[in-house]
Structures are given as structure tokens and as C-alpha cells.
Design a protein around this ligand. Structure first.
Ligand code: HAM
Length: 420
């Protein structure tokens, strides 16, 4: 036992589970590759200001969930709570905005939010995300959702439905914010401190409230869809047209506003009923002003992030089975005297690209027990030339097998009560 333990809300990922994680990540890389995306790796540490400026002061993430600390020289630093802002920063810092657009990037890695841990909610969690920078067309939104859909299909999901909404362009949002502020003005007294703050900074985020009294109040509020400009309306219609054309299941959810401030126009989430309370598996949308908010030119962009921990919680069983690695062949030596010869045999397996486990000094019984349990084949070296006599299930003929052959016969389903 150790006296040191995991930090609350973090997890160790151990084998064989890690093999499933790798297989999911390889699938993401290959599907995203089909659409021309390439990997980006950014630091886990960023200047705090990056997230305050983009994710937004009105959000829970910036308001209470960031791991922020002061560095004596660098001032305030934060463990990234999400990766869209860092990718946009890196895009600008590398001058990619001046090259050919769009730029298509994906990432896989840990994110940190100091949330109350529960099933499906961790303080260090992992995202698989994609960002498409420099694409204004609504067909780009459609294609991004097709890529996400293809990835989830490849993992064997079939039941998932996209929740879709538009939060409008800047002009739609300005008009709606005014209307919502006017509607809520007589009720400010009964709003929570959080909502009052949001009313000032980004009124749209009030629609995300979980407070029952506020939910009731909002029932009579103006609807965002009535304030959309022609352009925003047409953009959203085209996104839906693409999804319809390719038979991607989606439902328009007017309540969906997302928990980060940088979104414009299309927003979406994918939820899974198998996840319980923390049911959001994927979140994403368009962020046409994020790059210019960081001091760059206007670069209309969009993306998504999949919660990898949650994805793996509800991963279809067939993918798990396919992803589980085959047990290495057991190359077993009776004792140390033939260890070198056995090592040569094990290396020969590996020369041919076959995995091998070396075991020295196992008894005959131990070889049988271990390899039958792990369902692994055996190459046995130096065991007495005894023969195991078994009956062939089909022909009824008597077979005389060496230790290695005998174990392989058992592993393939042969049954014998007399184990040598
Ligand atoms: P988000 O909705 O905050 O969006 O997170 C995306 C996904 O990360 C969620 O749907 C969920 O599956 C997972 N997730 C979030 N917090 C936790 C947690 N505490 N524990 C486990 N999983 C969690 C973003 O992060 C945006 N950057 C997505 C995006 C990319 N938008 C445009 N591009």
C-alpha cells in the first residue's frame, strides 16, 4: 500500500483499458485524416488571460473551474480547461492565418476543470477535438458534422442524435440581447447573482440556467430564433440541408446555447442516454470572432470536442472486443539452464512481428494454468518429452501431444479432465 493517492477527480488509466483508448484514438486519426485534418499539440499551460478573453467571464469554466496559479515570472497561468482557444492562439502565433485557408487541425489530450467529480465528470478529462480555421460556408459546418458522424459510426454507435441550434451572428445576438435584457429588467431582483452577472456580460448564457425559478421565468421570454438576421437564418438552413441529404439524425433544440462564450451561428451537442446525468458526449460549433478577439484578422472557424472518458464509458461492446490486443505467445523454459535458448526463440517470434512473453522456470501445471487463463498460445522449451493423450472431439481418435501442442489445443477449445 502507498500513502500517496490520486488527486481528487483524476484517474489512472491502466491496461487493458489503455488499449481501448489507443484504438479509439487511432480510429479518430484515421477518420479525421480522410478529411485532411492534421494533428496539433499545444502546451497544457497557457496564460490565464487567453481563456478569460475567449471562453468568457460569464461562464462557469472561467468563473470557478480553472486551475490557475501565479508564476513568479510569467504571472497568472492556467491548466487548459479546453483547447479551442489554445489552438486559435497557436494558429495565429505560427502565422498560419497568412497561409492557405482553411487550416484543419485535430488534437487529443487532457483538459482540466475543477468541477465536482461524479460519474463521467473528472477534474482531468480527455478530449478528442477538431478545429477548422478559415471556413465561412455553412457547408463546412455540414461537412464537420459528417466527419464526426463517420467517426462515431466507425466506433459502432448508431443511436446517437445531434442536438442542433443557432445562436446567430453578431447582429442577431445584439438584437436578441437587448430584447432579453428588456424582458428580464423587471425581474432582476429575483435573479441569482450568476444570472445578474450574465445579464451584463452575455445575456444569452442565462438561457443555460439550471435554477427552477429562472427556468419558469424564462418560459415567457423572447425566442432567439425570432431575432435571427436573414444571413444567420440561411446559414442554419444550409447546415440542416446537408444533414438531411446525408441522413444524419439531428433535433433542433432552441435551449441549446453551450457553456462557452465564443460561439456564433451553429452550435451542437451529442448526448447519450447511456451516460446518466453527465450526458453530453460531444460539444461544438462555430466561433467566427474568436481569432479576431485574440488580435488576429477575422477568420471564421468551427470545431468540436468529444469527451473521450465519456465516449469510452459508452463504447459499443463490439469495438471493445476488436480493440483488445491478442495475448502474446508464452515462450516457456523449464529452468535457467536453457534460458538463453528460450530467449532466442522469443526473439524469433518478435522478428516475425509476433508478440511473445518469456517465462523461465514455470512448472508444467503453471504453464497450462497461465496460458489457458490468458488464452495465449505456448512454445514450450526443455520440458520432458512426455506426451499428453487427448481425444479428438470430431473423430474420436486418440492424439498424442507435446506440452505446447496440448496447451494450444486447450486454448482452441479442447476439453480434458486429465491435465497431464
Ligand atoms: P465542452 O462542451 O465544454 O466544449 O466540452 C466538450 C466535451 O468534453 C463535453 O461534451 C464532455 O463530453 C467533455 N467534458 C467536459 N467537461 C468534462 C469533465 N469535467 N469530465 C469529463 N468530460 C468532460 C469544449 O470544450 C469546446 N472547446 C468544444 C469546441 C471545439 N467548440 C469548438 N471547437
Amino acid at each position: 500500500m502507498t500513502k500517496y493517492h490520486l488527486v481528487k477527480g483524476t484517474r489512472d488509466l491502466l491496461p487493458p483499458e489503455t488499449a481501448i483508448w489507443s484504438a479509439v484514438e487511432e480510429t479518430a486519426k484515421s477518420v479525421f485524416g480522410l478529411y485532411g485534418y492534421q494533428e496539433i499539440r499545444t502546451p497544457i499551460l497557457e496564460h490565464t488571460e487567453l481563456f478569460v478573453r475567449t471562453v468568457g467571464e460569464s461562464t462557469d469554466i472561467v468563473g470557478k473551474e480553472m486551475y490557475t496559479f501565479d508564476d513568479p515570472k510569467e504571472r497568472s497561468l492556467t491548466l487548459r480547461p479546453e483547447n479551442t482557444a489554445p489552438v486559435a492562439r497557436a494558429f495565429l502565433e505560427a502565422g498560419l492565418h497568412a497561409g492557405p485557408l482553411p487550416v484543419k487541425l485535430y488534437y487529443i489530450g487532457p483538459q482540466f476543470r475543477r468541477e465536482k467529480p461524479q460519474k463521467g465528470r473528472y477534474r482531468q478529462f480527455h478530449q478528442i477535438g477538431a478545429e477548422l480555421l478559415g471556413a465561412a460556408s455553412a457547408y463546412a459546418d455540414g461537412e464537420l458534422l459528417l466527419m464526426l458522424n463517420r467517426f462515431l459510426r466507425e466506433l459502432g454507435f448508431s443511436e446517437l442524435e445531434v442536438l442542433l441550434n443557432t445562436v446567430g451572428d453578431a447582429a442577431s445576438r445584439a438584437a436578441y440581447s437587448t430584447a432579453l435584457r428588456e424582458f428580464l429588467a423587471p425581474h432582476t431582483e429575483s435573479l441569482s447573482a450568476d444570472s445578474r452577472r450574465r445579464l451584463d456580460v452575455n445575456p444569452l448564457r442565462i438561457l443555460d440556467t439550471k435554477n427552477p425559478l429562472e427556468r419558469e421565468l424564462l418560459k415567457g421570454s423572447p425566442a432567439l430564433k425570432d431575432y435571427l438576421t436573414e444571413g444567420a437564418r440561411a446559414h442554419f438552413a444550409t447546415v440542416r440541408e446537408v444533414l438531411d441529404r446525408f441522413g444524419v439524425r439531428y433535433r433542433v433544440s432552441e435551449q441549446l446555447v453551450r457553456g462557452l462564450d465564443y460561439y456564433t451561428d451553429t452550435v451542437f451537442e451529442i448526448v447519450s442516454k447511456d451516460l446518466g446525468a453527465q450526458d453530453a458526449l460531444v460539444g461544438g460549433g462555430r466561433y467566427d470572432q474568436l481569432v479576431s478577439d485574440l488580435g488576429g484578422p477575422r477568420v471564421p472557424s468551427l470545431g468540436f470536442a468529444i469527451g473521450e472518458d465519456r465516449l469510452i464509458d459508452v463504447l459499443p461492446a463490439a469495438f471493445r472486443v476488436k480493440a483488445a490486443p491478442e495475448a502474446p505467445t508464452l515462450v516457456a523454459a523449464r529452468d535457467e539452464t536453457i534460458a538463453l535458448d528460450t530467449l532466442v526463440q522469443a526473439e524469433r517470434h518478435r522478428d516475425q512481428g509476433l508478440a511473445a512473453d518469456l517465462a523461465i522456470g514455470l512448472s508444467k501445471k503453471a504453464v497450462i494454468k497461465r496460458s489457458v487463463r490468458a488464452r495465449q498460445g505456448v512454445t514450450a522449451v526443455g520440458y520432458p518429452p512426455e506426451e499428453f493423450v487427448v481425444k479428438d472431439a470430431k473423430t474420436g481418435a486418440e492424439l498424442r501431444l507435446s506440452l505446447g501442442e496440448y496447451v494450444n489445443w486447450l486454448v482452441k477449445g479442447g476439453k480434458d479432465t486429465d491435465e497431464g
